[in-house]
Ligand binder design. Sequence first.
Ligand code: LMR
Length: 338
Amino acid sequence: MTVDATRRTALAATALALAAPRAFAQAPIVIKFSHVVANDTPKGNGSDFFAKRAAELTKGRVKVEVYPNSQLYKDKEEMEALQLGSVQMLAPSLSKFAPLGVKEFEVFDFPYIFDGYGDLHKITEGGVGKGLMAKLDAKGITGLAFWDNGFKSFSANRKLLVPEDMKGLKMRIQSSKVLEAQMRALGAIPQVMAFSEVYQGLQTGVVDGTENPHSNLYSQKMNEVQKNVTITDHGYIGYAVVVNKKFWDGLPADIRAQLGQAMDEATRFTNEQAKKDNDEALVKIKATGKTEVLALTKEQKAPWKRALAKVHKEMEPRVGSEILQAVYKETGFDPAKL
Ligand code: LMR
């Protein structure tokens, strides 16, 4: 090879080497965000909002890939995948953290413990919520935010007017001992089942009924296989948006700050939309004409509250007196008044 040709080859190789770092730097950091609900729900819309803002604020240095509706992982598997680092972000229901060893999160499952979103936000936006998130660190998880869904109704294929109507029903629940105690207090038979399996469970009769906010009932078409929905507002479903701690701590500080801003914006967006999403879903359930919706009055809720009151004393040891009394104090809730 002539001297000139050798020189040209060396120059080309140098130019390529100089270009490579820039080209390499343009490969975005990918965050896989897996969840179990449909897109048009508070959590589905919130995760899409976060993905959009994360890309904008980091100027494309981060790409959030959202995998909705249990596409990637379903209930139990998603938490394991997060700890292994197979996915980087989740937003599981607060009822699903006990299998991680953080039983205190089941305080959100106590019946009638929150009298609306205002009471609830005293916990999720205050010191009690912060203390709960801190408990995740030891599990290799960083809690980023609390997102709302809403207050639960019961559904079944029989009218549920009084607690006695629940007797003997096989009721699907999330993996929560407090929810198990709730169903037993009503004379029902609790059955833990992954969210992605609930529609089929109801359709085939493996379970007779379930509980969820209306956005989940409607978006999973559960109302098509449930003749009755009773609006009891007996419990709450919300989420902790969590990230793999090793991944999060390993991000460049500026990117972590930009993602934190995207998460703050997505939290505001989700929590402002949640009640509207559930109200709209209820209108759609009623419009199908296939499901009878019974909205309990304050008086009609009274026997349900009385029947469920014992869950508080019974399950206090489960979550620990400290967290339960802290929620009572922060919200002014008095179980004796149920
Ligand atoms: C359920 O499993 O019923 C819900 O937690 C699903 C969800 O994430 O809203």
